[in-house]
Ligand binder design. Sequence first.
Ligand code: ZN
Length: 288
Amino acid sequence: MARVATLAVALATFAGCASIADSRALETPEPEVRRVQPQIAHWRTIGESVEGRAIQARTVGHGPLRVFVIGSIHGDEREGRRLVDSLAIMFRDPSYASKATIYMVRDANPDGSARGSRRNARGVDLNRNWPASNFKASPARGSAPLSEPEVRVVADAMTKFDPDLVVVFHSTYRGPFCNYDGPAQRHAKAFVSGASRADRRWRIVPDMGYPTPGSLGSWVGVDRGTPILTVEFDRGQDLASSWLATKRAFESLLVESEVGGRRLSASAPVEASAPSPTPDAQAGASPR
Ligand SMILES: [Zn+2]
């Protein structure tokens, strides 16, 4: 039943987004979507872009695994930011909500999204402006780490949330695949294992093949040691099929989290197959 409802919303979201070129329109849900799921409007503004557009976030679920999701950071990669509403609806289901707390930033680069451009309004690539040890100043990367307001807003939110795992949505014509930084190999395997059940093209790409100084992956994964997945959807793939892969991937991440937590804490009384673990069992499910 829940699966049918989720699919219906995903399709409704798709129908509402297919012809929208300006992502700002996504900040106001289509009437059809609002009728199906009133909670879809529960985004709050956590900061502003260079041009004053809202950067929106919301938290769903209440489980022990803390996941920070960024729907979009490159404005010409719209696939991920079209999925976060569906992800929010998924984690209103108690069977998922009890296992993870998901902090979602819908779009870290609303000015780029409005233009359909990779960079922000000042021409800076927001995935090169993080305070990573490998940051290199340039006009395209910013004059200093955190020089861009969008990056400051998201970095502050992420630091306060203190995630176990960060997942950032991108898209490329070489997709779909999952890249990772930091101790995230098992998370990447779980993500691809799940996504592959919906679309067999999904694979792990451990190295992007080019340097990424000042990237979010460098800061979060390499410098801070927090697992981070860079998820590259197939550019232009239809929303319904990319959502199904994403849903399977997150289901797989939840199972891996429970199994991984038990591996690291052998005494934790966690059953990965239990549909509704007790609060005590949940607390032992994730090595925070
Ligand atoms: Zn990208």
